[in-house]
Each structure stands twice: as structure tokens, then as C-alpha cells.
Design a binder for this molecule. Structure first.
Ligand code: K7E
Ligand code: CUA
Length: 652
């Protein structure tokens, strides 16, 4: 976990030398002032403190120099994923996932439209999502840089993104649940992608009166089977477990010592369902009566065996272990957790789980060894209303740390420290796992939700950087009206004290969680090879076009246009069809040069593609409007880019 330290120390030392020189100048030193005097003047002119300058030196990334880490952040309501470089905090990409995205042509050609539409539910075209928790694929509990998963809380969907080309490959959902939150989290070898539901409803859809909440409404967690070879989730090999109608919240997969287990928080063990205009307490207070909620402890390895042995029912096409089966087979246990918990985070060695509650000032540290022993001895404090055994709280924990008001999520470094976000206090707290002592708090701006550290939820955290994902920005940036951006704040963990380095406003939805991975683990392609790849299938498209085979052909199913794109022309560049024709465009960017992307747009027909080098795209449309429609390349690809154009002629 220390192997990258040295490489960091060297530039830091060099930068520090420059800084010291600057300070020496200010102290009245150098006659040969030069650059140092210049720095001093700059500091004065811009009213910068020494701390500001060290922060700048630690994050400034000259042109051409690449970042040490990637952050993959949820894009919140945008339904997308943000890619950010660390320490520069430059946004590198927005990956289109659940929402149409014009720059990437996502949702405008046949393949990406098909992908986007595969996520439609309930007969609705879904063109947005509420993405919360991205999860990088893992091998042995460490990020391997191959895949990324993300959930859509609003519609209970999960997407698979390949980091080979940074594009979305698959969207899956089960009608078993209506929304999710405890996902995505992956098991240590990405055997499963965990998607925990949130607001209970009748499993599989359908209507039941809200008064029957306790009898008819249920929670559930889905274990989506991931086929790494194919790079796709396999719904037929996935399974779910029915849970009591508490509101299940965040989850985490066990690792090392706790491999084979999953942990899910919950709130609303009161099973309140609102109705504040009907004489009931509002959901928020109804759900906050009990002092304890329940941490769900699930043996997924054994659940997998039960499913293989046929001990499931199929609901909404998903194999479901019923609650009674889970109880009978001893694969589901509960233990109390302080009021309205939010994050559950497994420590790097897998021996402990850290839970913090929104309405409790502590982080509670559970011992997996103790939990396992209690389960083996069947030593219960009682059963819940559904017959699920409850472990005795006091005997499962190692201790509690007083963190502050509203602790939410926890991450780890490689030196035995934990970092917990403290929402109400607007702070990030550093504490020692060993002796459960608070070490230091740093203010953040403002109302921090999740927190992330470099590789901070793996078996091998890096430490070094922490990012506070703040919900409110208030006075941090130039005013932009009543809707403000979110604020990511980068914090340096390498010094004696935590130091705030940089702010990054996020103007595209509310990211909830993010993960930070070493940049050298990500090895994306620079072009699709061989020419003619369909990124959806990662295979050569059956309609791919090679240079010399271009042309227009009228067939039974319409007019097929076989086109190539190369700087700076489309061939053919004139498309003649008749009104009413079905037109099939097959366009291959035959280039292999790095960054030689061409766009392809036809106004009035809503056609907009991005053709990366080597990529092939198909577009089918009905030429139902007669007229003259210019077509052109939308990426400034060359000196003659403006000339990369042509015409679609639709004869009346
Ligand atoms: Cu705290 Cu969805 Cu993880 Cu929002 S969640 S912060
Ligand atoms: Cu191709 Cu502009």
C-alpha cells in the first residue's frame, strides 16, 4: 500500500523547494529575485496565503501531465457517470449511461437507442435516472480497472460500463423491486453485483392497500451474477432474497475474513408508511421512533447454494429466496444499529463493519468474528416480527467512536485510519481503527454526504487523497441562481494534518458516491480495432463498411447506405431516396488515428452520431419528409472539417 509513496514525495519535495525559495525572497533575501519575486508578487496580487500556494503546488498539473488517480462519480439525476482526474480535479469525461447524451451520440443511433430502451420499465421510455453508487470491478478485493457498475435508485436498474472503451454495455432490472439504494456494491471477485431495494412494495409489482404494509409489502436484495469473460450481467444466473419491509439502505460486501457475506443497513424498522394528511405521523417521524434499526447480515455464499438446490420461487422472472426459507436456512440475521443508520463499510481486512447513524453521534464498529460466533451458537436476543433472529447488539460490537453530528459514510487509508463524513457538522473526521479514538476533523463546505479515499474501500487502500462530496455549495462559487452545483473538495492526507486542496463544482446532478482508482490500472483503447467494431457488442458489426465497398442499394426492407467516414469526407456524400423510404445508414469511421472522431448529423431527422476511430454505427429512419437536408460532421476533425458534409435528398 506504500509502493506509490516515493514517487509522490519526489515532486512534492521539488515543489516545496520552489516554495521555500519564494518565501525566502519574501523574507527580503534574493537580489537575483527572478521567478521567486514573481511568485511573491502573484501571491500578494491574488491575496494568496502560504497554505493556498502549497495547495496549488500539490494539485497543479501542467499541460500534458496526466493525473495519478481517476475518480468515477455518480452523476446523480443526470443518470450518467463522471470521470475526474486527481489531483488536478479536472473533469475528464461524462459517460452516458441512463440518459441520452448528444456528444457521444448516445440514444441517437440504432445500437445506443436499443441499449437505452432496454432499460425501459412499465411501458415508459425512461430518459433519466438517479444514479447513486458506482462500483469498480474487483479481483481479490482490489480494484482491477476492468468494469464499472452503477445503480439507478429511481427505477431500480443497474448498468454495466466497460473501462476498455468507457462506454455503457448493459442495463438490467428486475420487476421484483421498484427502486433501489443498497447498490451497486461488488463481491471481492465481482462474482455478484449487489442491488439492495429501498422503499418496500408488493414484490413483483401489483397493488396492495398501504394499510396492508406489514403483511404485503416487502424489501429485497438482488445478487446480479456477473460474467467477467463476457463482460455482462447474466440475469438468468442471478437471484434475490426477500427481506422484511424495513427500508433497506446502503450495503457492502464482506471481504477476506468476511468474504461470502453481505451487510445491509435499514431504517424505518417501525414500518411507518406516512399518511400525514390522514392522521398518521409523517414518514420521517414515524420512521424515527425506535432507538435501534437493523443491520442485515446475509450469507450470500450459502444463499447461492440454496438457489442451486432449487430452494427459490420465481417472482417477476427472478429467482427469489423467500423470507421464511432464509430464516429456516439460517442465512439471514439482524443486529441492532443506532438510529437511522446510513453507511455500512467493511474494513480493509474484512474483520469489522463500521456503521454510522444519521441520528446518532457515533460510528459503531462491529466485529465479524463475534457476529459469526453468535450465529454459530444461535445466541439470539430475540426475533423480529417476521421471525428473523436478532443478535445481541452489545455482544457484536468492539466499540463506538464519538464522531459528531450526523456521521454518514466511512472510508479507510492504509495506515489503520478511518474517515467518516459528518453531515450536520459539515466536517470530515479522521479516527483510529485501532483504539477507536477521534484524531482530527476538517471543515468542509457544506453538508458532506459520501466521502471517498484513494482505493479507500478495497483490501489495500492508498490513503493520500480524500474527497468530500458536499451537498451544498452556498458561498463557494460565483452565484448562478437558486440551483447551485454540488461541491467536491479534495483533501491531502499525507501531511501531519489534513489539508484542503481544491474545490470542484459539479453542475450536472447530485453525485452520491464515487470511487478513486490508481490511474495506471485503467488501460483504455485509443481506437476500435479492427475497423468496424460495434461498441455495444465489442464485435465487428455485420454491416461494417470498408473503403472501396461504399454504395447505396435498394433492397426489400429499404434503402441501405454503406458509408465510410475519413478526414474529411463521407463516401457517399449524396444520399438520394424517395419520400416514404425506410433508410438504413451503415457508417464506419475507417480511421485508426488517436482522437480522429467524426460526428454525423442530419437536422430535421434527429440523427446525431459520434463515430470514434474504427467505430461502426447503424441508423434506421423513415424518410417521411420530402426536402433537402444537409448532413455534416459535428467534430472539428481537420482543417477541412467544415467541408465534411453532404446532402440527404428526399424526393417527393
Ligand atoms: Cu448517502 Cu444514495 Cu449513498 Cu446520497 S447516499 S449521500
Ligand atoms: Cu469529420 Cu469533422
Amino acid at each position: 500500500m506504500r509502493r506509490t509513496r516515493l514517487s509522490v514525495i519526489i515532486p512534492t519535495v521539488a515543489l516545496a523547494a520552489i516554495f521555500v525559495a519564494a518565501l525566502a525572497c519574501r523574507a527580503g533575501g534574493g537580489a537575483s529575485a527572478g521567478a521567486s519575486a514573481g511568485i511573491q508578487q502573484l501571491m500578494q496580487a491574488r491575496n494568496l496565503s502560504e497554505e493556498n500556494v502549497t495547495a496549488a503546488l500539490k494539485t497543479y498539473t501542467p499541460t500534458g501531465v496526466k493525473d495519478e488517480y481517476y475518480i468515477f462519480a455518480s452523476g446523480g439525476h443526470s443518470g450518467q457517470v463522471l470521470v475526474i482526474g486527481v489531483p488536478s480535479m479536472r473533469i475528464l469525461k461524462v459517460i452516458a449511461v441512463f440518459t441520452p447524451e448528444p456528444w457521444q451520440g448516445y440514444g441517437y443511433g440504432d445500437q445506443t437507442t436499443e441499449l437505452l430502451r432496454s432499460g425501459d420499465r412499465d411501458g415508459m421510455q425512461l430518459n433519466w435516472a438517479d444514479t447513486h453508487h458506482p462500483a469498480l470491478s474487483e479481483t481479490g478485493g482490489d480494484y482491477d480497472g476492468q468494469y464499472l457498475f452503477i445503480n439507478d435508485k429511481a427505477n431500480a436498474r443497474v448498468a454495466v460500463i466497460s473501462l476498455h472503451d468507457f462506454t455503457t454495455k448493459q442495463i438490467v432490472y428486475s420487476d421484483l423491486i421498484r427502486n433501489d439504494h443498497g447498490g451497486t456494491f461488488v463481491t471481492p471477485n465481482t462474482e455478484y453485483v449487489i442491488e439492495g431495494g429501498q422503499y418496500p412494495a408488493p414484490l413483483g409489482g401489483g397493488y396492495e392497500p398501504i394499510e396492508s404494509y406489514q403483511e404485503k409489502y416487502r424489501g429485497a436484495v438482488i445478487f446480479w451474477k456477473f460474467d467477467r469473460e463476457k463482460g455482462r450481467i447474466v440475469p438468468e444466473q442471478s437471484f434475490a432474497m426477500e427481506l422484511p419491509p424495513y427500508m433497506q439502505d446502503l450495503s457492502d460486501a464482506g471481504k477476506l475474513a468476511s468474504d461470502g457475506w453481505a451487510f445491509i443497513n435499514s431504517f424505518n424498522t417501525e414500518m411507518s408508511y406516512g399518511g400525514n394528511a390522514e392522521g398518521n405521523p409523517p414518514l420521517e417521524s414515524g420512521a424515527s421512533q425506535n432507538d435501534m434499526d437493523y443491520l442485515h447480515i446475509i450469507n450470500w455464499r450459502k444463499a447461492e447454494e440454496l438457489v442451486a438446490a432449487g430452494k427459490f420461487e420465481t417472482i417477476a422472472g427472478t429467482r427469489v429466496i423467500r423470507l421464511q426459507t432464509a430464516i429456516d436456512e439460517g442465512i439471514l440475521h439482524l443486529v441492532g444499529e443506532p438510529k437511522s443508520p446510513h453507511g455500512v463499510d467493511v474494513t480493509p481486512d474484512g474483520t469489522e463493519m463500521v456503521v454510522s447513524g444519521k441520528l446518532d453521534t457515533h460510528a459503531t464498529v462491529y466485529s465479524f468474528e463475534k457476529i459469526k460466533a453468535l450465529i454459530e451458537q444461535k445466541k439470539y436476543a430475540g426475533m423480529d416480527g417476521f421471525g428473523v433472529p436478532i443478535l445481541p447488539f452489545e455482544e457484536t460490537i468492539r466499540g463506538q467512536v464519538e464522531i459528531g453530528l450526523g456521521p454518514l459514510h466511512t472510508q479507510f487509508d492504509g495506515d489503520g485510519n478511518a474517515y467518516t463524513s459528518v453531515f450536520i457538522e459539515s466536517a470530515a473526521a479522521k479516527w483510529s481503527l485501532k483504539d477507536l479514538q477521534l484524531i482530527e476533523k476538517i471543515p468542509v463546505h457544506y453538508n458532506i454526504g459520501h466521502i471517498l479515499a484513494a482505493e479507500g474501500d478495497t483490501v489495500n487502500p492508498d490513503g493520500r487523497y480524500l474527497v468530500a462530496m458536499n451537498k451544498w455549495a452556498l458561498d463557494r462559487f460565483a452565484d448562478v441562481g437558486p440551483l447551485l452545483p454540488q461541491n467536491f473538495q479534495l483533501i491531502d492526507l499525507t501531511g501531519e494534518k489534513m489539508q484542503l486542496l481544491a474545490d470542484l463544482p459539479i453542475p450536472i446532478g447530485e453525485p452520491h458516491y464515487a470511487q478513486m482508482i490508481k490511474a495506471d490500472k485503467i488501460k483504455p483503447i485509443t481506437a476500435y480495432t479492427p475497423v468496424g467494431i460495434n461498441p455495444n457488442t465489442d464485435q465487428e458489426d455485420p454491416f461494417k463498411v470498408v473503403g472501396g465497398e461504399e454504395g447505396i442499394e435498394r433492397k426489400a426492407d429499404g434503402v441501405h447506405v454503406k458509408m465510410t467516414a475519413v478526414r474529411s469526407h463521407f463516401t457517399p456524400d449524396t444520399i438520394r431516396v424517395k419520400k416514404g423510404d425506410t433508410v438504413h445508414l451503415h457508417i464506419t469511421n475507417v480511421e485508426q488515428a488517436h482522437d480522429a472522431t467524426h460526428g454525423f448529423a442530419i437536422a430535421s431527422y434527429n440523427i446525431n452520431l459520434s463515430l470514434e476511430p474504427g467505430e461502426h454505427a447503424n441508423v434506421t429512419f423513415k424518410a417521411d419528409k420530402a426536402g433537402v437536408f444537409p448532413l455534416y460532421c459535428t467534430e472539428f476533425c481537420s482543417a477541412l472539417h467544415l467541408e465534411m458534409a453532404g446532402y440527404l435528398l428526399v424526393e417527393p
